[in-house]
Design a protein. Structure first.
Length: 134
């Protein structure tokens, strides 16, 4: 898999964690849905650092329109935080995109999506290994 490092185009965003469709949780990958409008950001999956309550965590962020589940949908931003299991609804977070893993894509079923999310987490984890405490 080719990973495009975002050296010159690294970006940051801040926003409040809001309730989403709860779909990530139901398929085994809970996400923090960030209330942030950024139509100019490129859709895709990114490896990120996320600051929650003054602590840094790492994860995988999806920016896009969720084509597996919707024909027409407003762009959203959601982060699956690796090894994290806290209720952070209402918290303000800061997200730093570190590298792009892949473009957003439509999957034919939940099993394909779940398998790809696992691969995305593996990719992010291997690239973040120097900073993760495993």
């Amino acid at each position: 898999m080719s990973t495009e490092l975002l050296v010159e185009t690294k970006f940051y965003l801040e926003g409040k964690v809001v309730h989403g469709e709860q779909r990530g949780r139901t398929i085994g990958f809970p996400t923090a849905n960030i209330d942030f409008s950024a139509p100019w950001l490129e859709n895709g999956v990114y490896g990120v650092r996320i600051k929650v309550n003054d602590f840094d965590f790492y994860g995988v962020m999806n920016i896009g329109v969720k084509p597996t589940f919707h024909k027409m949908y407003e762009k959203s931003i959601e982060v699956h935080i690796i090894n994290f299991n806290q209720n952070i609804y209402g918290a303000f977070v800061q997200v730093e995109a570190l590298f792009k893993i892949r473009n957003e894509q439509k999957f034919y079923n939940i099993q394909e999506l779940r398998a790809q999310i696992n691969k995305d987490i593996e990719t992010a984890t291997s690239l973040l290994m120097p900073v993760l405490n495993y």
